[in-house]
Design a protein around this ligand. Structure first.
Ligand SMILES: [Zn+2]
Length: 422
């Protein structure tokens, strides 16, 4: 893509009320825009990153047999009345009453914007699940979720409106559910490895219900709100709230040292077993003709949250350093044509076309701007490779190639650039 045609720009003007690092740098680099607290637009560069994150997740969910669908955001109040796990709920919005955006439509019906989708998923499953032969199965979606956070201050890490991948799996019993649950846990680890946000699977803290029945994925980051105790050698990790310091001095898996680090939650998975399915009447008939409750697990990754987490983990003082699989473009081609040097323009334009033809995703800085501005923007935007064409490089019939995460550049002959970036 030609940068001169990108309708967005890098900016120095940041919203005064935005204090989180991830949102500030994504706004500055032109990936996102803030409409109100916890609510963002995703701009062309940011949307490319989200698309890549989604495709990584999609591939891994398909690998464990997930089927992609899309459920509605708008939900009727009736489906929320049976799954409440809290004290008496006068408003009838059940377990999500604290965070659900609720309204009355013109006909006086109570509707809400989905904060989560277990209830919708169960309603859907009731229509297709009758016999043991119908089980197991899993479906997932990428969808906008809405949650009324009182003070969203972590940028994309905790928004009021955000994109989430949520998957729901349905099983004949607890054993089958457990096997599948840990298989999805492994798929989650692959997602986080590939997005450059390596995360440890830890038992979740929190309420009496969530503990033991759910897990969080936590990426080590200095800016994280959470803390985990983890082994310095293997993947053993526990949430600090449930970590028993006096009992666990060495790693129970490998004997390594236990260290405490700040972390960002990147995903979570829940085993609800038959709790909500029984409450909502999702049953099946087993081999003996007996009626049994279906078992449910659910699995969430905040897609836009993950983009925020990646930025928190991968940056330096000059800007973002995107991991290759999620970068908006693989390379940033920079033309330094000085006083409109035609031979530099022609060479850069030709290289841009050659790279595009070879399927290499490239952002071409063809703007009429100085070297300082172009280099600063390239570092801020953070594509993995920077390729410079200038009078100086053309004298050597070359370009200068520099990796964003390394110091020092190398000269590469014009003919070798496509191979280098493939
Ligand atoms: Zn260990």
């Amino acid at each position: 893509m030609r940068q001169s045609q990108l309708f967005t720009k890098t900016t120095k003007e940041l919203p005064k009320d935005e204090t989180s690092f991830n949102a500030r740098i994504l706004i500055k680099a032109g990936f996102a825009d803030k409409l109100m607290a916890g609510v963002y637009s995703f701009l062309p560069l940011g949307w490319r990153v989200i698309d890549k994150i989604e495709n990584i997740i999609r591939g891994e969910m398909n690998n464990v047999g997930g089927q992609e669908i899309l459920m509605p955001s708008l939900q009727p109040k009736e489906i929320w009345k049976d799954t409440d796990i809290g004290p008496e709920d006068e408003k009838g919005w059940g377990r999500m009453r604290e965070v659900m955006y609720q309204l009355k439509d013109k006909l006086g019906r109570d509707v809400g914007f989905g904060a989560t989708h277990e209830e919708v998923a169960i309603e859907l499953a009731k229509k297709y699940t009758h016999s043991y032969k119908d089980l197991p199965y899993a479906f997932y979606q990428f969808q906008t979720k809405f949650r009324q956070e009182l003070r969203p201050k972590s940028g994309l890490i905790r928004g009021r409106e955000f994109i989430m991948k949520d998957m729901y799996s349905f099983h004949k019993d607890a054993g089958e559910l457990d096997d599948y649950y840990f298989k999805v846990g492994e798929a989650y680890k692959k997602v986080f490895d590939r997005t450059g946000c390596k995360s440890l699977m830890v038992e979740a803290s929190g309420g009496s219900f969530t503990k033991n029945f759910s897990h969080e994925f936590q990426a080590i980051s200095e800016s994280g709100e959470d803390r985990i105790a983890h082994c310095d050698k293997c993947d053993f990790a526990q949430n600090i709230e449930i970590y028993k310091k006096d009992e666990i001095k060495k790693c129970p898996k490998c004997g390594g040292e236990i260290v405490v680090s700040k972390s960002i939650e990147t995903g979570n998975i829940f085993r609800f077993y038959d709790k909500y399915t029984k409450a909502m009447g999702l049953y099946f008939t087993d081999e003996k003709g007996e009626k049994k409750p279906v078992h449910l697990a659910s699995y969430g990754i905040g897609v836009t949250r993950l983009m925020g987490a990646i930025v928190e983990v991968h940056h330096d003082e000059r800007g973002i350093i995107w991991p290759e699989e999620v970068a908006p473009f693989k390379a940033h081609l920079i033309e330094l044509s000085g006083k409109n040097n035609a031979s530099v323009r022609d060479a850069a334009g030709k290289l841009y076309n050659d790279l595009k033809k070879s399927g290499i995703e490239i952002l071409y800085d063809d703007r009429d701007a100085g070297a300082g501005e172009k280099f600063a923007d390239a570092d801020l935007i953070g594509c993995p490779y920077r390729v410079v064409v200038s009078e100086k490089t053309l004298k050597e019939n070359s370009v200068e190639v520099k990796k964003r995460n390394q110091e020092g550049a190398v000269f590469i002959g014009l003919e070798g650039v496509v191979d280098k970036l493939k």
